[in-house]
Write a protein that binds this ligand. Structure first.
Ligand code: SF4
Length: 299
């Protein structure tokens, strides 16, 4: 019962772990049309899937939602009365690049820490937090390099919001049609890893360094301005010699829908605007046909 669920990359796992609880960032399973949170018109399937996961969970003590998008903020309201899991809404400043915004994020981490304490967590010392951060940083560095070996095929980047569990079939679909995804810049991919911690800064001010590595460094579509996202994508597409981009977005997600045309202009390679509605067989066939046609134009 010491597990804390969340999906948003701006929730630092180290902060939860340093409070003595277990962070569990999940990729929820699509819950289709027959789940506890009804298919409300226009509700993002990812947000609904997370809400349904929380509603069906009996092994976690808490779940964190964030204000990164309005839909996630809204589904927290939908689950709060129907679950035995305690919920917390982490307010993320929409603007960044100034000290006041970073301080607001730090203050929110403090509020989250007090909530974790009410769930049985402890109050970590600065040394304990720093040790936890170093441990997590080391584990991230030890993760296998996600860069794909150069095995031929059209080099694609996958860009967009979060993938649901079971959506890895998209990677195989690309391979079957003569391409390969050389980097995953979805919200559940490498784009949302925090920056490496600076050992000197970490010793001086671990919470400040946590905020820098997460809030200041992770490129996000919802930040204003979201120039960090465009800078990151432009650099990675160039370095990894990307020949095309698949922007996979859920049709209810206004945040990504609004950026598709800007991405097409900024990245200077062909872009497939892959809008995905649900996981029905018909939607799967439509996706397969569009990916096949896109790759045919690039070969
Ligand atoms: S996919 Fe878009 S609407 Fe859905 S949770 Fe993510 S940002 Fe929000």
């Amino acid at each position: 019962m010491s597990q804390i669920l969340y999906t948003c990359p701006f929730v630092p796992a180290e902060w939860i772990a340093a409070h003595g609880l277990r962070p569990a960032r999940i990729m929820p399973q699509s819950t289709g049309m027959h789940a506890a949170v009804a298919p409300i018109e226009g509700l993002c399937p990812f947000a609904r899937a997370f809400a349904n996961h929380v509603l069906g969970d009996s092994t976690s003590c808490g779940a964190i939602f964030t204000t990164a998008c309005d839909q996630m903020r809204r589904v927290r309201d939908l689950v709060v009365d129907g679950t035995c899991v305690e919920t917390f809404l982490l307010n993320l400043p929409k603007t960044w690049r100034n000290a006041a915004c970073t301080q607001l994020y730090i203050d929110e981490l403090g509020r989250m820490g007090r909530w974790l304490y009410t769930l049985g967590g402890c109050v970590p010392s600065a040394d304990a937090l720093a040790a936890t951060m170093l441990d997590f940083d080391g584990r991230r560095q030890a993760m296998p390099d996600r860069r794909v070996a150069d095995s031929g095929g059209v080099r694609l980047a996958l860009v967009g919001g979060p993938l649901l569990a079971g959506e890895s079939g998209l990677f195989d679909l690309v391979v079957r049609n003569g391409g390969r995804i050389v980097f995953d810049a979805t919200e559940t991919g490498e784009r949302t890893l925090p920056d490496r911690f600076d050992p000197a800064l970490l010793r001086q001010d671990p919470v400040g360094e946590l905020a820098r590595a997460y809030f200041d460094s992770i490129p996000a579509v919802w930040k204003r301005p979201n120039t960090g996202l465009f800078d990151w994508l432009t650099r990675e597409c160039t370095e990894r010699r990307v020949q095309g981009v698949i922007c996979r977005r859920l049709v209810w997600c206004d945040l990504w829908h609004a950026e598709v045309h800007r991405l097409r202009d900024a990245l200077h390679v062909p872009l497939l605007d892959l809008d995905v509605s649900d996981d029905s067989p018909a939607a799967g066939e439509r996706t397969a046909g569009r990916v096949q046609a896109f790759l045919e134009t690039l070969q």
